[in-house]
Design a binder for this molecule. Structure first.
Ligand code: GLN
Length: 483
């Protein structure tokens, strides 16, 4: 039962082969049995899950239908869930029970999803390995000595290990696509503004975007359908109609123009990954796509720009965690300043503290022009590169990551080494573009992802290309041994 995709579950429920309650019980038992190896959940919500599953079964018995009605999922632990701990992977919020549901959570609940729990993540979504979580590192089900990627590492590990079919995640600089690549999943970061950020604890507000993590493009289409749409509570949400994503999966790729940036294949890319990307290009050519070499000349500046902008926004967003209204408060504060200092010093881990300091420095009066303003100018150049490229091609293709998942602890002493691994993903966030990662093969038994980028609001095009690719390849069907 645990091997089913969301699409298969939807068919099984519609055909009354099993109930949502039965499926939920099977998956909860599987999580209890297998998750101790992975640490992919921060909280399990068994009671809520069984209640939601029974309610979904009752709705179905009353004649309702829907691809998500009775579908078990989990939420990354930065989506606020009413009355349930929403920790953001931080000691700061270990005691925080959200007073309301995030829009993504309430929309999916209304569609009939069953919430099995809240998944582990890098603290405040800062990281690429899921090692900065206060709740401990998450392990990659493909090799328990390796990281699952981050910051949505818990969602990725859980779905890859078949503990559940799909989960929500967020992507500020790659946190949906990179863990998807590291765990053999399909993950989609939508266009900025496509999915509401209301109730999604902010890391870097101009970059953050929620999206689906699942095994197939078809399942990403199903989950995105339940997440996307205008939300008056989020001032950056965009009032664009939401297309029928599942209906768009079967378009022909005949004549599709795929741009391959020459800058993607420079030094730093594992040559074995480069070979797998070439194979996926050949596969898409067989389906009728036309390949064109393109250039993204400002790509080399994207990492430094991102690692100024994201920490700058984080330093501002995280100023609300001060020990006064909610979150961790130190014992016996001597005065207000002591309360602030010790609450924040105790509540935030080292990576979060590092980013707050870098961000506050970049925004300070004497350095604002040199760092923050400069980074914003680079951000515009990165976007302009994409706009020029999309005049010539329909999608852009390349590796999701330069290397496969590294060993746990391997980059802990050198944060910049981890930042460099984001080279292919962060440009989409700087430009606000949609991007998808899908399985493309293995290196030393570890999964490799191929990334597709599209113009604004062309999520359907990404899902269509990925679905056609998945109808003709079987990488995405491989299961990690032991799960
Ligand atoms: N690795 C990037 C960072 O640490 C991206 C994280 C994310 O997308 N949330 O900022």
């Amino acid at each position: 039962m645990h091997q089913m995709t969301l699409a298969e579950i939807a068919r099984g429920l519609a055909d009354k082969k099993f109930s949502s309650e039965e499926l939920t019980k099977v998956l909860l038992a599987r999580i209890t049995q297998l998750d101790p190896q992975l640490n992919s959940f921060i909280s399990l919500t068994e009671e809520l899950a069984l209640e939601q599953a029974k309610a979904a079964d009752a709705r179905r018995a009353n004649g309702e239908s829907g691809a998500l009605l009775g579908a078990p999922i989990a939420h990354k632990d930065l989506f606020c869930t009413q009355g349930i701990r929403t920790s953001c992977g931080s000691k700061m919020l270990d005691n925080f029970k959200a007073p309301y549901d995030a829009t993504v959570v309430s929309k999916l609940a209304a569609a009939g999803t069953v919430t099995l729990g809240k998944t582990n993540m890098d603290e405040f979504a800062m990281g690429s390995a899921n090692e900065s979580s206060w709740y401990g590192a998450v392990k990659n089900p493909w090799n328990l000595e390796h990281v699952p990627g981050g910051s949505s590492g818990g969602s990725a590990a859980a779905v890859a290990a078949r503990l559940l079919p799909a989960a929500t995640a967020t992507d500020t600089g790659g946190s949906i696509r990179q863990p998807a690549a590291f765990t053999n999943l399909t993950g989609l970061k939508p266009t900025y503004g496509r999915v509401s950020r209301w109730g999604m604890i902010a890391y870097a507000s101009s970059l953050d975007q929620g999206g689906p993590l699942a095994r197939t493009a078809e399942d990403c289409a199903i989950l995105l359908q339940g997440m996307a749409g205008f939300d008056p509570n989020d001032s950056t949400s965009i009032d664009e109609p939401v297309p029928d994503y599942a209906a768009g999966l079967n378009g022909s790729l005949q004549g599709l123009r795929i741009g391959v940036p020459k800058e993607y294949f420079g030094a730093g890319l594992d040559p074995r990954i480069a070979d797998l990307i070439q194979n996926s290009i050949k596969e898409l050519q067989k389906l009728g796509a036309v390949i064109k070499e393109i250039s993204l000349p400002n790509m080399q500046h994207a990492i430094p720009a991102y690692y100024v902008i994201a920490p700058a926004e984080a330093s501002s967003n995280l100023s609300r965690f001060d020990g006064v209204r909610f979150g961790h408060r130190c014992e016996d504060p001597k005065n207000l300043e002591d309360l602030y200092k010790r609450s924040r010093g105790e509540g935030f881990g080292p990576e979060v503290q590092r980013r707050i300091m870098v961000g506050a420095y970049a925004l300070s009066a004497g350095y604002y022009d040199a760092y923050y303003l400069k980074a914003q100018k680079i951000r515009r150049l990165v976007k302009n590169d994409f706009m020029a490229a999309f005049n010539e091609v329909d999608i852009i293709l390349g590796p999701t990551t330069p290397n496969p998942a590294w060993k746990l602890g391997a980059k802990n002493s050198d944060p910049v080494a981890a930042y460099l691994e984001d080279v292919y993903t962060i440009t989409a966030n700087l430009a606000g573009l949609p991007g998808l990662s899908m399985p493309a093969g293995f290196v030393d038994g570890l999964p490799v992802g191929v990334q597709l980028l599209a113009p604004y609001f062309q999520e359907s095009r990404l899902l269509n290309v990925a679905h056609q690719y998945q109808l003709n390849t079987d990488w995405h069907t491989r299961t990690p041994t032991g799960f």
